[in-house]
Design a protein around this ligand. Structure first.
Ligand SMILES: [Zn+2]
Length: 112
């Protein structure tokens, strides 16, 4: 249980960055003194963690983070099954090269 917070200079006990820190001084359940130096950034992170715990305890997990509006479903099918509009299939030539030498060589692009 946290008893008090003091401010000083030192290395953060969570991320190791040296600078201005505050000390979480507490006494554990066995009566031992526990002091954890915490930098500003880690302190904010700890606060956010506390907010998550509070939200979980009160059953309002969604209140901990901003909710995004759900995307509206498209009202109509956007032509996923649109009819074929290209040229007639009989007017398009084959994609297989007509040159039989290139096909039989087994090595695409190999020209001898
Ligand atoms: Zn830190």
């Amino acid at each position: 249980m946290l008893e008090r917070i003091t401010v000083g200079r030192g290395a953060c006990g969570l991320c190791g960055v040296a600078g201005t820190v505050f000390y979480l001084e507490a006494e554990d359940d066995r009566g031992r003194d526990v002091t954890v130096p915490v930098c500003e950034r880690c302190g904010y992170a700890v606060g956010k963690g506390s907010a998550v715990l509070l939200a979980l305890r009160t059953g309002r997990a969604k209140a901990a983070k901003p909710t995004k509006k759900p995307r509206k479903r498209a009202t109509g099918q956007p032509g996923a099954i649109a009819p074929y509009v290209g040229p007639s299939k009989h007017d398009v030539s084959s994609l297989v090269p007509a040159d039989k030498d290139l096909v039989s060589s087994g090595q695409p692009g190999a020209m001898s």
